[in-house]
Write a protein that binds this ligand. Sequence first.
Ligand code: ATP
Length: 536
Amino acid sequence: MQMESIVSLCKRRGFLFQSSEIYGGLNGFWDYGPLGVELKRNVREAWWQDMVSRHDDMSTLPGAPTPFSMEGLDCTILMHPQVWKCSGHYDLFHDFMVDCRESKKRYRHDQINGRWVEAKNKRIFVTAQAGDDEQQKMEQRALKFFNLRAKNSDDLQWDGGVTCLTEIEDFEQVVGPDAKKAGTLTEPREFNLMFKTFVGALSGEEGAAYLRPETAQGIFVNFKNVLDSTRHRLPLGIAQIGKSFRNEITPRNFTFRSREFEQMEIEFFCHPDQSADWYRYWRDRRMAWYTKLGISSDRMIMREHDDAELAHYSVGTADIEYAFPFMAEGEYGELEGISHRGDFDLRSHMEGKLDEKTCPLEVQLDEDGKPKWKGSGKDLSYRDDLTNEKYTPHVIEPSAGADRAALAFLCEAYTEDQAPDDKGKMQTRTVMRFHPRIAPMKAAVFPLVKKDGMPEKAKEVYLDLKREFNVFYDEKGAVGRRYRRQDEAGTPYCITVDGQTLTDGTVTIRDRDSLEQQRIKIDECAEVIRKRINDE
Ligand code: ATP
């Protein structure tokens, strides 16, 4: 319910639109509208400032084992195809999917749940897409299949609990999530999530290239370039923000699972002996970042992967997860993953060998038993000029999604409360309580009425603030209505020019959250906004 209100506010106020909407949309693609683009820019900007541009190379930051350096990078989306072979994406980055011959829909094999049910001497495995309403959907589908009315639901004999479709071997008795008949689902098929394209005039395999499914690989292959050009010593973090593409089989939950999205990734290179400490440092620091920007700690968890879930090379992986309103009670969705990747990536790009544990040998070796693909052959190890020790650095990777972060901020901000209207009557208001740093607009400037020189003065204030902040000018309608519109956009301050302004140079400044109004000098407005943005 709450999610529906958020989605509708996003469209109405211009945070998010479906891509190519006038042509019916394109599933898994989203456009950011005028408010959304500012919100997402602020998310990226906060991340870049906090991780890169404001980073202090000299001091030991709280919780960090030693001082370290940070640099930025901006790599291309298309890279040499060999990158994806050595990274493992070419062979391993796939999901299993099943198609429904009847409904023509496609599903991720591991995202369909079902239950065995019997009625009228027939037994079927009735399914639904995994989600909080799956039980209800299964019952509705079973009733429909057996042609029973809701009041006869006792005729359904359920056998066992909810089971994932991956546990079912024969699909003959399976009724697909959108099918009327049983046995319409195809066998699961592997489906590579990378989008393929062709570079230059070659349309055959020679020209084949892939849109990057993560920004990380651009950092690994440039590790040496960054090190040589900056002359940093390790530990060094390299950060990148950019688009990634995954041909997700079932994009859903608004922008949470999209096919084109933006990542904010750091690859942090350090000495193997220190990597466990750095892993803990980054895990805790990244969690604190979301809290600082207003995500409440009771809606966010840090989930350490257990041994079974860990990639073999990984000493640890933790996901920062958020209780998105579209998730079932007690469930969370991943905002960011922080993983300890050992020397796996640099080694793969040096030697070109995938590991036996992640990839079967027959995939890696050709008929003569030789590796099918080679790494760059370049030495990507590091020599410490003080100790003269040479080693392949270990990597800690905090990998965040800009769209998922923006969505979490949107969900967290959405609030309905009671506030007095122009006549003092209490009304329900919708307010987006964004942290001022990520709020799309920092302030709105209003003349109380459209006469007596107020608009002229208000425009002056507006233009002055505009040089530093994204501010909005509005003179249309009752002032109460103008406040409400800004509350919905999440604007932390409304500054009103009234009759008194013209005599003593003061304005009222109204706080979005407390609704308090203060009188301050025009010259103080910028300082008030600046302080709140910087959390002073
Ligand atoms: P999931 O399990 O949800 O598919 P993942 O574990 O595959 O995510 P990573 O490969 O670790 O994700 O990517 C790092 C981050 O990139 C994720 O934490 C998420 O914020 C973002 N991300 C990944 N896939 C998508 C997507 N399809 N749409 C939006 N953001 C995504």
